[in-house]
Design a protein around this ligand. Structure first.
Ligand code: ATP
Ligand code: MG
Length: 397
């Protein structure tokens, strides 16, 4: 018997109620279509709170499509299902053909049946019983466990077809891509900022990235590392424009003219001011950083207060209350950890003061800033900006 398989994705229904619903649904469809191209030709649409991904021919790479669907924010669960006609005979025959291979080696299961078409002649409990019988008679050694099953077999009778699946997996969760506006991520080569970017993308933020380098104090390879990180982030964040600004002259001026202890905080002020300019040019309504309270000298409350006060935009710091070990777990989940720990220098580690001020006062900071041509240096740094675009599957577009 020939089985037609599709991928079904569920989105969080509660958050999608109201006027935004359609926009959210179509942005999920758009995102899936964008990601589908390397895996073949699919028909992708939504119906009754479910996204359908139907392969149009046998050449489609269903595994690849399935894996990429799991990385789309806004989708809470993903499964593969066999499609069949809406009759109990067809459902039973399909279950017989489809389920044994999917359930081989499993110890316990239960069946969960849903009818969105209430005219279907059997009730949900009756469907469960029939399909439960099919599984028990075709899968060796499997038992029913309604409380804690290893796999839940799902049968859904919908408007046009019935769907049968064995298990489902969690999706990436969060809100649909680009549903929350655009933010500018200050992206270093470290562990924290890529995680911060992915966390905000999860809440629907479109991520634009800004990296500061300090060539020749930082190397070409350090920049390549950041580009690799941005590329890895696209798996979850989709397209990312990465802007790179050189802070070389700023750092030399700070080194030559200012108190060493203030160096870190002054550099951060330059970063924030430049980020604000980039945000204005690229229409970003917030900044995002990977700061975590107290992690280093520039991340004490007083230091954060100073850096926050120089910009008008909201600054989101999703890692602020996380321990390093928790951030590492996220970095592994988002696939950026291995690149983040490659040992290349960052501009923050160039000319680091021996005793950075952990409790900077704004007046003292301003006095230091007066020792350099603040606006002139900002203009000069801004003019060094270069931009690269990273795509989920660069080879296909
Ligand atoms: P990360 O692991 O993200 O590098 P960190 O623990 O090294 O963070 P800092 O170096 O103090 O902390 O940087 C704090 C935040 O400032 C980073 O998370 C990032 O958002 C931003 N930042 C630091 N260096 C750079 C850089 N070279 N370019 C762009 N943003 C940077
Ligand atoms: Mg860093």
């Amino acid at each position: 018997m020939e089985i037609r398989e599709v991928i079904l994705c569920k989105y969080g229904e509660i958050i999608l109620k109201g006027a935004n619903r359609q926009t959210f649904e179509s942005s999920l469809v758009k995102e899936l279509r964008r990601r589908a191209s390397p895996f073949g030709i699919f028909k992708i649409y939504y119906l009754q709170s479910t996204l359908y991904i139907e392969p149009k021919n046998d050449e489609c790479d269903m595994d690849g499509m399935y894996e990429t669907a799991k990385k789309v924010f806004g989708i809470v669960a993903v499964n593969r299902a066999a499609v069949c006609e809406k009759s109990m005979e067809a459902i039973v025959a399909t279950a017989r053909a489809y389920l044994p291979a999917k359930l081989a080696g499993k110890k316990t299961f239960k069946v969960d049946a849903k009818r969105s078409d209430k005219r279907f002649p059997l009730t949900s409990p009756q469907i469960c019983q029939e399909i439960g019988g099919v599984v028990l008679s075709t899968v060796r050694g499997i038992k029913v466990d309604v409380h804690n099953p290893e796999v839940t077999v799902g049968v859904e009778v919908r408007d046009e077809y019935a769907f049968i699946r064995a298990g489902q997996e969690a999706g990436a969760g969060g809100l649909p891509p680009r549903s929350a506006g655009r933010g500018l991520l200050l992206l270093s080569g470290g562990i924290d900022s890529p995680v911060a970017g992915c966390m905000m993308a999860k809440r629907g933020l479109e991520i634009e990235a800004l990296h500061f380098e300090s060539f020749p104090y930082t190397s070409e390879r350090a920049r390549e590392k950041v580009m690799t990180l941005a590329q890895e982030m696209t798996e979850f964040c989709s397209r990312i424009h990465v802007h790179v600004i050189s802070l070389t002259h700023v750092q030399e001026e700070l080194r030559d003219r200012c108190e060493e202890d203030y160096f870190t905080i002054l550099l951060r002020i330059f970063m924030m001011k430049l980020a604000e300019r980039v945000a204005a040019e690229y229409k970003c309504d917030c900044l995002v950083t990977g700061e975590s309270l107290g992690q280093v000298a520039s991340q004490t409350l007083k230091a954060i207060r100073v850096t926050d006060s120089v910009v008008d935009l909201p600054v989101f710091r999703p890692c602020i209350g996380m321990d390093k070990s928790e951030i590492v777990i996220e970095a592994r989940k988002y696939g950026t950890f291995d690149t983040s720990i490659l040992p290349f220098e960052d501009c923050c580690t160039v000319f680091t003061p021996r005793h950075p001020k952990t409790q900077p006062r704004m007046e003292a900071v301003q006095e230091e800033l007066r020792k350099v041509d603040f606006e002139g240096l900002l203009d000069e740094a801004y003019a060094t900006m270069q931009t690269e675009t990273k795509l989920v599957y660069p080879e296909y577009r």
